[in-house]
Every structure is written in structure tokens, then in C-alpha cells.
Design a protein around this ligand. Structure first.
Ligand code: SF4
Length: 381
């Protein structure tokens, strides 16, 4: 029931869990993990490296490291093992987010078979293709994404080889960009304000006359849509266009979010229609798509972003991540004493289902559930 976004009620008596209709691993992540472990199994004795984190989940990455896989770079592109130490005999796995053309080229120069162990998600490649299509029609590319995120860096790298490109991280930056489109702000300001976010040779006066918007696949759908709508309106007003001729200045890209991001976000919106006491979102703290699910939940009810059941310390205390301040904090009395207590649960696209099961089991143990998770599963079979 792909379009049914109502949550599933797991009624444990004193505890009622409302599980999002879609949560957890997406196609791209499953595919990447499968390729990574297959590579490990098929290449005993070889040195295997991951360019950076396979996906933004600490348990999955720790598991790979335990199988002898080493990371070459941090999530933010800082080098851990110099490329100079690699040889043509080594295997380097490209993660699901893809990588920049410069890094790909560097690895090829060493003699590494980059194509063979590339786990770049097809939905990320779809964005690159979309950028290429609009670039060929002479639109500059506006990328809505987090400038330092691997996927956005990779998308930017692919986009800039085809067209002038600029990364916009949020609506605030989209509004600033509008000032350059309309000429209210000077070019000099642009180069400071968008430092490290524009392609080489970007000409503010010329390169913002025809634009198209693509996005990092895991951004909040409503944010991307709002930014695209806003910039479209800026073009309409500035060039005195209407819906019949807007294509002269603004490419119709629709959104370039992947299906998993869309479904997980829609499922959270559906889940939030249920009145509940709190929400628990499970996932890696540096996972972009997970933080967006947290953001949606936070608007409605107390929300706890945790990486595993270990963060639920007791019925009184929980350790959870505040992604706004980027710190883990301790909250007491998170679980109301009332019965039944209603908890919304979901997880990000890079979170193994076993972690969600662990969280549910922990909550059950704290609330003297009348039935076990195994009995609950049997009810659904
Ligand atoms: S979240 Fe989407 S784009 Fe990213 S890896 Fe998963 S399916 Fe691919």
C-alpha cells in the first residue's frame, strides 16, 4: 500500500507504538551495503578502502571496519589515509552518495578500478543526469543542499563541469541569491557570501539569468519546493514573465528527491496525524535524511533523536542528539507515567531495522508490556 502513509499501531497494552508506514533502509543503502560485503568476501587478502562513510550510520560503518575495511576520508573530505599510500592492487569503494570527479580521476590515475566498486545510488546519479539535461539548455544550476555533505559536493562537481553552478543551503540563502538575480546586491558581495559554494569563473551578472533547481536527494521536500517556487517567482517578477513563458528563465526540474526520502517524509507526516506523547527517531547523528524526519516531528511533539536503544538509559532518562546544536544531551522524564503512553517511531534511510527493533524492545521492557515483540509479529503474519 505504497500511498497509505498511516502508521502501524503496535499495541503492547501500557505502551502503544505507532510505527511509520515507511522507515529505514532505502534501495541505495541496501545496494551499497550488499556490494561492500560482497567485495570483502570475494577479495580475501586484498586491501579494501572506503572513500568515506558507506552511509551515515555508525553501526554499519563499524561493522565494515571490523571486516578490515578502512576509511580514506572523513565525511567532510578530510584525508585520513593519503591517496599516495594506495596502489593499483587496492580496492576503493565509492559510497552511496557518490564522489567528485576530481577524486574519481585521482583514483583512476593510481590505477584503481573505480567503476567496479562504485556503489553510487542511481537516484543520486539521476540528479546528476537532470543537471546535465538543464545545463545543455543553458540554464545555470542551483543545488539545494548542505555545502559540505558528500552528496552535494559530488553533485556540485558533476554539475559544474556542465554549467555554472551554485549551492544554496536554505531559504535564507535563496533569498540572498535573489538579491543578485535582481541586481540589488553587488557581485563582490556574492563571492564572499557564497564562498566555496560557486563554480570557478561564476559570473554573477550573466550566470543567474537562466536557472534550474536540483537538490541533494535527502533534503526536506517542502524546503526544496519552497526554494524552487520562490526563485521561480523572483524570475517571473524580475523579467515580467508568466506561466506561459517562464521556461525562458527557469527550468522545470520538479524536485529531485529520491523515492525513499519522499516516502519516509510522507510517512512521518502521516504518522504525525496520530495524537501521541512523544516521537523517537532512530538513525546516525550525521544523517541528513534522519535529521529532516526529526525536524518534522519536532514541530508537533517532544522528539528524541537517538542512534540506538542504548541511548534509552531508563524509564526516566534518555540521551539524545540535538542536531541544531550538534550535541548529545540528557533529558529526564521523557516518558510520561500515564497509560497507555503513545510513542511515534521512525528511522532514517541509513538505519538498519534491527536498531528500530532494539528501541521497541527497550521501550517494551520499561513498560511491562503484556505481550512480546515476537507475539506482536505473529499477529501480523
Ligand atoms: S536516500 Fe535515496 S538517494 Fe540516498 S541512497 Fe537512499 S535511495 Fe539513494
Amino acid at each position: 500500500m505504497k500511498k497509505d502513509f498511516s502508521p502501524t499501531l503496535l499495541d503492547f497494552g501500557p505502551l502503544q507504538i505507532y510505527l511509520a508506514r515507511h522507515f529505514g533502509f532505502c534501495y541505495g543503502v541496501e545496494n551499497a551495503i550488499e556490494i561492500a560485503f560482497r567485495t570483502v568476501n570475494e577479495n580475501p587478502g586484498k586491501r579494501i578502502f572506503l572513500l568515506s562513510e558507506m552511509i551515515h550510520n555508525p553501526q554499519v560503518n563499524a561493522d565494515l571496519q571490523a571486516h578490515g575495511v578502512n576509511f580514506l576520508q572523513t565525511t567532510y573530505g578530510e584525508q585520513i589515509i593519503p591517496f599516495d599510500e594506495l596502489t593499483a592492487d587496492d580496492i576503493v569503494l565509492i559510497p552511496a552518495f557518490g564522489t567528485t570527479l576530481a577524486i574519481e580521476e585521482r583514483l583512476k590515475q593510481i590505477g584503481i578500478a573505480v567503476e567496479k566498486y562504485n556503489t553510487t545510488c542511481p537516484f543520486v546519479e539521476k540528479v546528476w543526469n537532470r543537471s546535465e539535461v538543464i545545463a545543455k539548455k543553458n540554464y545555470s544550476i542551483i543545488i539545494h543542499g548542505k555545502p559540505k555533505h558528500e552528496e552535494t559536493r559530488a553533485t556540485f562537481s558533476h554539475a559544474e563541469q556542465n554549467a555554472p553552478s551554485v549551492v544554496v543551503k536554505d531559504m535564507q540563502q535563496a533569498k540572498e541569491l535573489a538579491g543578485y538575480i535582481t541586481g540589488k546586491k553587488t557581485s563582490e558581495q556574492f563571492y564572499t557570501e557564497f564562498k566555496n559554494q560557486y563554480s570557478s569563473g561564476f559570473d554573477v551578472k550573466k550566470d543567474l539569468q537562466r536557472i534550474g533547481v536540483v537538490n541533494q536527494t535527502t533534503m526536506l521536500a517542502s524546503d526544496t519546493q519552497a526554494i524552487a517556487d520562490f526563485l521561480k517567482q523572483v524570475m517571473i517578477d524580475h523579467y515580467q514573465l508568466d506561466e506561459t513563458n517562464i521556461a525562458e528563465r527557469f527550468a522545470d526540474t520538479r524536485d529531485t528527491l529520491c523515492y525513499a526520502t519522499n516516502d519516509n517524509q510522507s510517512a512521518v507526516t502521516g504518522m504525525l496525524e496520530t495524537k501521541a506523547d512523544l516521537a523517537i527517531v532512530v538513525g546516525g547523528y550525521n544523517s541528513s535524511n534522519t535529521s529532516h524526519l526529526v525536524e518534522l516531528c519536532e514541530e508537533k511533539l517532544p522528539t528524541y533523536f537517538i542512534s540506538s536503544e542504548e541511548k534509552i538509559l531508563s524509564a526516566k532518562d534518555i540521551l539524545h542528539y540535538n542536531f541544531h546544536t550538534k550535541e548529545e544531551i540528557l533529558t529526564s522524564d521523557y516518558l510520561p507515567a500515564k497509560e497507555p503512553v503513545k510513542v511515534l517511531v521512525t528511522s532514517g534511510a541509513s538505519c538498519p531495522d534491527a536498531l528500530v527493533e532494539g528501541v521497541i524492545n527497550k521501550l517494551i521492557s520499561l513498560r511491562n508490556s503484556r505481550i512480546s515483540i515476537t507475539e506482536m509479529i505473529e499477529k501480523f503474519l
